[in-house]
Design a protein around this ligand. Structure first.
Ligand code: RIB
Length: 319
């Protein structure tokens, strides 16, 4: 067990992508061509973004993932290591491209993302087994769903069997008819409203009151749900008490990876033993702070940036 003063160990299992990003007046509709502005290649991938954010927020962060044997993979690995992410369990997959994401960011900072999984699709149960000792040393294991579902489910079960708190960021949501029950074995599920509808078996385009959706997720087996409500903040539900956690109002530059900053901040706070609603407040601030800069990994906030955003909103940071 780590000493109480040591940085808490957080293991992030997930994807790593190079983001190919263009700013444009709006996201193109089907069949439309839009003239965009500048083009940039920016380190991303939900898993890697969360690992970078967790390291920046003071965790002893270990990342489990796969890159291809190409220049993108080398650059992504170097970037993660530069901020202190332990990449001992990142494998280089021969003959496969590193994951890439095609991203258009519009004038309001909203985005549309298409991912080509590449090496992420090769992350296997054997890779998770190889990281077992590291997972066992963690206080929190954080996953998202840009890796094979079978691998994610194996990791959830393994981490749970080792007594590690498991947080699953349910992005991107699986197809409605392919939602594995194992996802609900996580200690904390953090869907947005669309993902939550899919997880509950309702049409993703449907609208339901947040408490109804959170209740439906508990009925499917979830222990704790943190429903991300965007500009309305978050709703925590543990089966007994609903707690609405306030949002932080900002003018977004780019919302890409805001959810990743949220998940990482939640994981680091929980790893420090912070009660759920307090950890979610910090996570809401982290998500907002990530929207103030362009790109995914470069926008992952520091503790100081989150604290300052909270204080600007009249909230005294406890973390
Ligand atoms: O959550 C944002 C991330 O989603 C991007 O960095 C992109 O790579 C996709 O994985």
């Amino acid at each position: 067990m780590p000493s109480p003063s040591a940085a808490p160990v957080v293991v992030v299992i997930g994807s790593v992508n190079m983001d190919l990003v263009v700013r444009a007046p709006h996201v193109p509709r089907p069949g439309e061509t839009v003239l965009g502005h500048d083009f940039a290649t920016i380190p991303g991938g939900k898993g890697a973004n969360q690992a970078v954010a967790a390291a920046k927020l003071g965790a002893d962060c270990h990342f489990v993932g796969r890159v291809g044997d190409d220049a993108f993979g080398q650059r992504l690995l170097a970037g993660m290591k530069a901020v202190g992410v332990n990449c001992d369990h990142v494998s280089v997959t021969e003959g496969v491209s590193t994951g890439v994401a095609l991203i258009v960011v519009d004038e309001l900072g909203e985005n549309a993302i298409t991912v080509s999984s590449g090496a992420n699709a090769k992350l296997s149960i054997e890779d998770i087994e190889a990281a077992k000792a590291t997972i066992a040393s963690a206080r929190v294991c954080l996953l998202q769903l840009e890796i094979p579902l079978e691998t994610a489910c194996y990791a959830i079960r393994l981490a749970k069997s080792l007594g590690v708190e498991v947080i699953v960021d349910t992005a991107p949501a699986p197809a409605a008819d392919k939602v594995p029950q194992t996802l609900f074995e996580a200690d904390i599920l953090t869907p947005n409203e669309t993902e939550a509808m899919i997880l509950t078996g309702e049409p993703s385009s449907g609208k339901r009151e947040a408490r109804f959706v959170a209740t439906a997720l508990l009925e499917r087996g979830a222990k704790n749900v943190v429903l991300k409500l965007g500009e309305k903040g978050s709703l925590c539900y543990d089966g007994n008490t609903f707690e609405h956690v306030k949002p932080f109002r900002i003018k977004p530059v780019d919302t890409t990876a805001a959810g990743d900053a949220f998940s990482a901040a939640l994981a680091v706070s929980r790893a420090k033993g912070t009660p759920l609603a307090e950890a979610v407040l910090y996570a809401n601030a982290a998500g907002a702070a990530a929207c103030l800069k362009f790109g995914a990994q470069p926008a992952m906030p520091t503790t100081e940036e989150i604290r300052s955003l909270m204080m600007d909103s009249g909230v005294e940071p406890k973390a």
